[in-house]
Design a protein around this ligand. Structure first.
Ligand SMILES: [Fe+2]
Ligand SMILES: [Fe+2]
Length: 343
């Protein structure tokens, strides 16, 4: 990686202020985060950019900016606004038994209707390359740093929950083999779909609904006080992954995609069948046995993740149904020969 990820264009006063601090450092009078739409483009892009120095280089941004008090000062009110809006929006956990609604929330995740609504259902049924490529561009914001936001959780766990979370993470990071790191498999999938796999390439065209699905992981992961919600978030990713991945394999096979396009999803059909069990029984189970007080937060983490995912699905499908791109700008036409099954 040379030069770092490109900086996207600002989308309002909050993102403009964060970009100014990233480029130059030093205090910037922050606009009022509480006045912004907590799920809107400006706040979500600003928050995304405020988190990014924790993960990767940004073009023209000093690595030291990660702990710049000016950046952290802008970030905090945005996090508070986002978190408050999530708590208000997410359906309250039904207080079932002593587990704060965790079992009920997990139970709902395990239901995968055959005729469900959602982007992967649509792509499996009749998706074309244009749809698949948009899906991959959205997902690239997270998948090119897959599991990085979840490993903030490791020092915040103990005992079996820690051991089991690390066992899952070991697979996410390739089981000791660099070429099997899931983020690497996703990059190969993008390349096989004729997309640019460089990190951060599609941030500028990603709508707020996409940014929010990644920001919630950074928010939960970077705050020890939210470790219960972070565990709930990770559990959702692992539990809902195999059926979604199966649908994407179906879509890609129908389109005659190259072998390198299938590997990422095939890996997730297989590995996540095991991860699902480990996350439920050994990570959530052990965490709640140690810290029963976290139950409501675990349930909140699960429900907030599902709520943001469903919102993203709805936004993408609404755009497609209206004949529009689901990105802020349409991607170039798919290159010829994508479905040739070569490579
Ligand atoms: Fe993975
Ligand atoms: Fe997994």
């Amino acid at each position: 990686m040379t030069g770092g990820a490109p900086l996207p264009r600002e989308r309002g006063p909050l993102s403009a202020a964060v970009l100014e601090v990233l480029r130059g450092g030093g205090p910037v009078r922050g606009p009022d985060a509480a006045a912004a739409d907590p799920f809107g483009d400006d706040l979500q892009l600003a928050l995304y950019l405020a988190y990014e120095p924790h993960y990767r280089d940004l073009a023209g941004v000093a690595a030291e900016r990660e702990w710049d008090p000016a950046l952290l000062g802008l970030r905090r009110p945005m996090e508070e606004a986002f978190l408050a809006a999530l708590r208000a929006a997410v359906p309250a956990a039904r207080a079932e038994g002593a587990d704060g609604g965790v079992a009920a929330a997990v139970e709902e995740l395990l239901v995968d209707p055959v005729d469900g609504e959602g982007v992967s259902y649509r792509l499996a049924a009749d998706g074309d390359w244009r749809g698949v490529r948009e899906y991959l561009a959205h997902r690239s914001l997270y998948q090119l740093k897959e599991s990085d936001p979840q490993v903030w959780l490791i020092p915040r766990l103990e005992g079996q929950a820690k051991a089991s979370l690390v066992a899952v993470a070991y697979d996410e990071f390739g089981g000791g083999r660099g070429e099997r790191v899931h983020a690497r498999l996703f990059a190969e999938l993008m390349e096989g779909a004729g997309l640019d796999s460089s990190y951060g390439r599609y941030v500028d065209v990603a709508p707020a609904a996409t940014l929010a699905t990644v920001n919630v992981m950074s928010l939960f992961g970077l705050h020890r006080a939210l470790r219960g919600a972070a565990a709930g978030n990770f559990a959702v990713l692992e539990i809902t992954s195999p059926p979604g991945a199966r649908r994407m394999v179906k879509a890609l096979e129908r389109l005659g995609a190259q072998e390198r396009c299938l590997r990422f999803f095939e890996e997730h059909v297989e590995a996540d069948a095991v991860h699902e069990q480990v996350m439920r029984r050994d990570v959530l189970g052990d965490l709640l046995a140690r810290e029963p007080g976290l139950a409501a937060d675990v349930a909140f983490g699960i429900r907030a993740t599902v709520w943001l995912d469903e919102r993203w699905d709805a936004a993408v499908l609404t755009a497609w149904d209206a004949g529009r791109s689901s990105l802020r700008e349409p991607l170039p036409e798919p290159p010829a020969g994508l479905g040739d099954r070569a490579g």
